[in-house]
Design a protein around this ligand. Sequence first.
Ligand code: ADP
Ligand code: MG
Ligand code: ZN
Length: 479
Amino acid sequence: MKFQPVIGLEVHVQLLTNTKIFCGCSTKFGASPNSQTCPVCLGLPGALPVLNRKVVEFAIRAGLATNCTIAEKSVFARKNYFYPDLPKGYQISQYELPICTAGHLDIEGEWGTKRIGITRIHMEEDAGKLVHGDVPGLGSGSGVDLNRACTPLLEVVSEPDLRSADEAVAYLRKLHQIVVYLGICDGNMEEGSFRCDANVSVMPVGSTTFGTRAEIKNVNSFRFVKQAIEYEIERQIDLIEEGGKVVQETRLFDPNSGMTRSMRGKEEAHDYRYFPDPDLVPLVISPDWVEEVELSLPELPDLKRKRYQEELELPAYDAEVLTASRELAEYFEACLALYPQAKPLANWVMGEVTRGLNDSGLAITACPVTPQRLAELLKLIDAGTISGKIAKTVFDEMWQTGQEPAKIVADKGLVQVSDTGEIERIIDEVMAANQGQVEEFRGGKEKVFGFFVGQVMRASKGKANPALVNELLLKKLKG
Ligand code: ADP
Ligand code: MG
Ligand code: ZN
C-alpha cells in the first residue's frame, strides 16, 4: 500500500514590541531572571491585564499580508492548564473569535505554485521559562524565570494542505520571510522568535479521510522541520504496515538522533476549558484602522519579485535572490536609484557584494561599500575609465578602506588604457616575443588568439581596454 502524508503547521511568531502584551514590562532578551516582571506578568491575584495596542497592529499586519479577513470583533480567552512557568494557571489566548481568519499563502517549488490555506492567526501571551541545572543565584536545582511570561506571540495555524516535508519547509520559509519583511518579528529561530509545531499524519493514497495526527513540538530550524517531518512520516507508515495504529500525541524532535519521541498524549481542545477572559473586553477593530495599517505595509516579497521580473526585466533567479531579504532588496534599490541599469547592478550585488558579505560575515546593513560608492564604481566602468576586471580590484580596495572609487583609481594609477598607440606598442612586443604562435595563427590555428589577448592584458597589468585589444590584435595578427 502507498501512503500520502498530510501536514499542517502551527507557527509561533514572537512579536518585536518593546513591551509585553498585557503589561508595560520590557521584552528585551537576556536580562537577569525575573528582572522584567510586574504583578500582571507574575500572575498575582487581582492584577489586571491591559492590551498592548502595538500587538494588535502587528496582528493586523500579519493578517493582511497573508490574505486573511480581519475580524471586527475578536475575543481573548483563557486556556487553562497547569505548568510551573505559567503562574496564573491559564494562558491568555484567542479561541472562538481570533483576530484573523481564512487566509492563504502561495508556495512555489517542483509542484508548481500551490495555495496553502491559513485557518487562523491569533494573539496570545508566551509562558515563562524553566531553568534546570545551575540556576543563577540559587546554585544547582530548577528555577522559574518569568521575564518571557506575557511576551506577545502570534500563532499562525495552517490548513492541513501540505503534502510533503519540502512543501512544509517552503511554506515556513515564505511565512518567515513575510513576518521579517513586515518588521513584526526578528525571525531569529535559534532564540525561538519563530518556531513551529508540525502536525503529521498519513493516509492510503486515494483516501479522503485523514489519518490520526501526531504533533511535533517546537522545531526551531528549517532543516530540523524537514528532518522531523520525514522521520515522522516513515515512522507512521512503518507502524501501520506492522499492523499498529498511530495515536494522537505530542512528540519531540531530537536533532542529535534525527528521531521524534513521544512526550505526552495530545490533549483535546475541551481539556483546556476555554472561556472568554472576563478581564479583557472584546476587541473591536474599526475598518479605518485596518485601512491605515494596509497603507503602511511594505512591498511584500512576492510582489517585489514580480516587479523585478516585469519592470526591471531581471531573470527569475536574480529576482528571487535579490528579494530574499528586505535589507538586500533595499540595498539593491538604493543602488538602482543612482545607477538605473538593473542587470549589471544585479550581477554586482549577487556577485562581489554577496561574496564580500559571506567572506566577512557581515550583514548587508553593515556593508562597507555603500550604494553610493557601488553606483560610482559602475559609472566608472561605463565611462571607460576602468575595465570590469580592474573594477573588481577597486571594489576590494573600497571594501577595505571605504574610499571613493575615483580616488582609488587615481591613486593606484588604474585608469584604463584606451590609447591606440600604446596598445599597439604592447601588441608589437608580445608578437615579437611569440613568433611561433604568430605563425600558428596565420597557419589557421585561430585558437591561439585567446593566448595573445591574455598576454597583452597581462603586459598592460589588466589596464588595456579589452575591446580595443581584441580589435587591434586581430588586425595585426592577420598582418
Ligand atoms: P491544536 O492546538 O489542538 O494542535 P489547532 O487547531 O491549533 O489544534 O492546530 C491543528 C493543526 O493540525 C492545524 O495546523 C491543522 O492543519 C493540522 N491538522 C489537523 N488535522 C490533521 C491531520 N489529520 N493531519 C495532519 N495535520 C492535521
Ligand atoms: Mg497544536
Ligand atoms: Zn509585567
